[in-house]
Design a protein around this ligand. Structure first.
Ligand SMILES: [Zn+2]
Length: 380
């Protein structure tokens, strides 16, 4: 292993030529080489240049959480608990990686501690993501809503390919049964597309899945991003686009509950603050459009069965991640309002009201009463 000039161990280099494999338009340009920066455990270090996030992988599911803190001008932040995440494909070892943790822009040192010596922790800096200089905005019409294509947000498609050129996580398809809403559990970077690229890079290369796990992502301005590849750059979510809604590409967002489960990720951490009004409006529009296309009642329930893992659950047809896995996702501030979101989606579906996106940047207010979940969940 090599040591860079700031003292970080540089792990296996990830070769990236830079261009997104778009079928149309001008590909994004990447200005810096891609390296995998492994941070040490147990003492503070200066962050690598252009670092955006830190992710932590574990050699096995830890019995206690790792911790991370950041310093600015010598003043350390409080410790942030780094928990194993259930945002992963059905075939990935459960609980062996965290979600990403955002690095403050004024950070001068990073310190990671791991209290479970039996589960080796490896903190990895995700850096250089904001060096994309010419990502372009390309959208496709998806169920009458504009969705930014993978090329449009600058997906580094080469990360998901083998040296031979083949795709590492080939798309497979299943019949859609439910929709699950998530939050990314991280503050959105200054550039929302850079956050999508960070998640894609982390899932695809760092964790080795070969692609991003979510089907669709929504940023604070209410824009929708295409996630998991169907193999068709211009057809998100479903094989052959929204003309073939009976074939949903299998993603990796709710462990053991992925086949037939369409994952939508709200970018942001909604533990204590609500999504923007623009993001909420887009979520309602998207849920109404998807439920209409799939024949789902936004306020109804489904008997979910995963044909691959055998996991079953009696859940809302429009579920929150916390109804499937042991997680707080999509955050208490979303959960408090989720019955209203379902009701608004149902009303919009019935009335066929406009699905236009408006009021970007406005904050939604959270109600004070948490939603009661009147369903039982059978863990698989
Ligand atoms: Zn989630």
């Amino acid at each position: 292993m090599a040591i860079n000039r700031r003292g970080f161990v540089i792990g296996s280099s990830i070769a990236v030529a830079g261009a997104a494999a778009a079928t149309t338009g001008t590909p994004a340009a990447f200005a810096t080489p891609r390296e995998r920066h492994i941070l040490p455990i147990g003492h503070p270090v200066e962050p690598p240049e252009d670092i955006d996030f830190v992710g932590v992988t574990f050699s096995k599911r830890p019995t206690s959480h790792a911790r991370i803190r950041f310093s600015a001008d010598g003043s350390p932040s409080d410790w942030v608990s780094v928990r194993p995440s259930s945002h992963c494909p059905d075939w990935h070892p459960y609980g062996t990686a965290s979600d990403l943790v955002p690095v403050p822009p004024d950070c001068t040192s990073i310190e990671v501690q791991n209290d479970d010596e039996a589960a080796e922790a490896t903190p990895i800096a995700i850096s250089g993501l904001q060096s994309i200089t010419s990502a372009f905005s390309q959208t496709v019409n998806f169920l009458s809503l504009p969705v930014i294509t993978r090329a449009g947000w600058g997906a580094e498609e080469t990360l998901g390919r083998r040296a031979s050129g083949g795709v590492r996580w080939s798309p497979s398809f299943s019949s859609p049964q439910i929709i699950t809403v998530h939050h990314s559990a991280i503050a959105t970077a200054r550039n929302a597309a850079a956050t999508v690229r960070a998640i894609h890079r982390y899932h695809t290369a760092t964790l080795g899945w070969g692609d991003i796990g979510y089907h669709l992502l929504i940023d604070p301005a209410g824009s929708i991003y295409a996630g998991r590849s169907t193999g068709n750059a211009l057809a998100p979510v479903f094989a052959d686009g929204d003309s073939a809604t009976d074939r949903l590409v299998v993603g990796g967002h709710s462990y053991a509950f992925n086949e037939g489960n369409l994952g939508i990720c709200l970018l942001g951490d909604f533990t204590s603050s609500a999504p923007t009004q623009a993001a909420r409006e887009t979520l309602v529009s998207l849920l109404a459009a998807l439920c209409s296309a799939l024949g789902l009642d936004p306020e109804g329930h489904s008997s979910y069965v995963n044909p691959g893992t055998g996991a079953t659950a009696q859940v809302w047809s429009v579920a929150q991640h916390r109804e499937l896995n042991s997680t707080s996702c999509p955050g208490d501030a979303v959960a408090m309002n989720f019955s209203q979101i379902r009701t608004e989606a149902a009303r919009r579906l019935r009335t066929g009201a406009s699905t236009s996106i408006s009021n970007p940047g406005a904050q939604a207010s959270a109600s004070s009463a948490p939603e009661v979940l009147p369903v039982s969940v059978l863990e698989g």
